[in-house]
Design a protein around this ligand. Structure first.
Ligand code: ABT
Ligand code: MG
Length: 139
């Protein structure tokens, strides 16, 4: 069974490149409702915790550096089958492999700077949403 919630970040590259509006438009016009949203910046400790699953990987240092270099847009999205449908909307991790029309195909430059995050399970959607938002910021 799939849940109704996923968590996203428009990453520092997407914000730097002026793509916030276009990406949010694609998300909402694809049927996702925004139930929480803010512009924020991750600290090094935040990024190390958020991506702790990757801490032994060779790209971990660059990933943390990238994710902390500027503001991000964090949001909670709601839709039936949200996790799977949102991963389909954003496309493959490496934009070279992403399908035409997906957000990463259109806005991401590389696997290391891939414009947008989407939770990979219902359980992680809950954990990631709670990492970024308090109850009173969530609608
Ligand atoms: P996220 O939505 O950011 O979690 O990406 P996704 O789930 O599609 O891919 P995973 B495997 O979780 O990648 C996490 C971040 O690590 C970056 N990465 C990944 C690399 O830089 N090199 C690699 O070889 C791999 C596999 C991509 C993701 N972050 N960014 N940006
Ligand atoms: Mg991931």
């Amino acid at each position: 069974m799939s849940g109704h919630k996923t968590f996203t970040m428009l990453k520092p590259d997407a914000v730097e490149n002026g793509h916030i509006g276009a990406i949010l438009n694609q998300i909402t016009s694809s049927g996702f409702k925004i139930s929480a949203m803010k512009l924020t910046q991750m600290t090094q400790a935040d990024a190390e915790e958020f991506y702790a699953i990757h801490k032994e990987r060779p790209f971990f240092g660059e990933l943390v550096e990238f994710m902390t270099r500027g503001p991000i847009v964090a949001a909670i999205l709601e839709k039936e089958n949200a996790v799977e449908d949102f991963r389909a909307l954003i496309g493959a991790t490496n934009p070279e492999d992403a399908a035409e029309g997906t957000i990463r195909k259109k806005y991401a430059a590389s696997v290391g700077e891939n414009a947008v995050h989407g939770s990979d399970s219902d359980e992680n959607a809950e954990i990631e949403a709670a990492f970024h938002f308090s109850g009173r910021e969530t609608f």
